[in-house]
Write a protein that binds this ligand. Sequence first.
Ligand code: IPE
Ligand code: IPE
Ligand code: MG
Length: 259
Amino acid sequence: MRFTEIKRKKSLNSKISNTYGLDPDKLPVHIAIIMDGNGRWAKKKLLNRIKGHEKGADTVRMVVRTCREIGISVLTLYAFSTENWERPKTEVAALMMLLKKFLISEKKEMTDNNIRLNVIGQKKRLPADVQEEIQRAMNATCVNDGMLLNLALSYGSRAEILRAVRRIAADVKDGLQDIGHISEDNFASHLYTAGMPDPELLIRTSGEMRISNFLLWQIAYSEIHITQTLWPDFTKEELIRILNDFQSRERRFGRVLEE
Ligand code: IPE
Ligand code: IPE
Ligand code: MG
């Protein structure tokens, strides 16, 4: 199943949006999150960084559940970047183990809640056992259409853009694509996010004012929300507050809005 036809979803319970003071018609269809601050959370508590990642996994579960509950169609979580491979071997290994555990433990939750799992990034660089669990979870959830959960794993936006350029160049070389007809839509169809709407909202936790090689093409017009909260401390209440703030923003897309 391709990712076309991704539209605004209804919340699981029509009263939910009201309870949270949200306008269901103005919810973002796609939310992307840079989940940052696990290490600092652990350091503050004099714990090993790995403990921060473990606690961070609980926040992932909460955020997935909440987004599904209120009717978000696509949730993209930055879990591991191409640059993160440069971290100490022990930390990388711990992150891969946690990821595998997450994929196994959440398969049922995703199936029960009609969530489809997808991975964006260089899947082939991941350890073989993690790749296997990804495939299992993706197969088990491939017909679900309640929400699409994109995990960005070994993801880097520059690598993604280069991959698209290579694919288009190959099509041109093979006579399948005319240079004059390379459009923005056509280019986007060669990205990992092909067929998905761009995120309207990008959240980054733990205060860094940077994008760290995440979805450079796709966030051209996203609203950005940076919170000081460290990812393991991020709560449902804060997510709802951010969505309320998003709904109060005026998105102009370079235009002048009518008086
Ligand atoms: C985010 O937390 C998780 C990953 C990047 C895998 P960090 O591990 O980057 O935490 P800080 O930024 O060091 O606090
Ligand atoms: C971005 O966080 C990557 C993920 C959240 C997976 P980093 O902690 O790796 O980014 P920098 O080092 O602050 O730019
Ligand atoms: Mg970080």
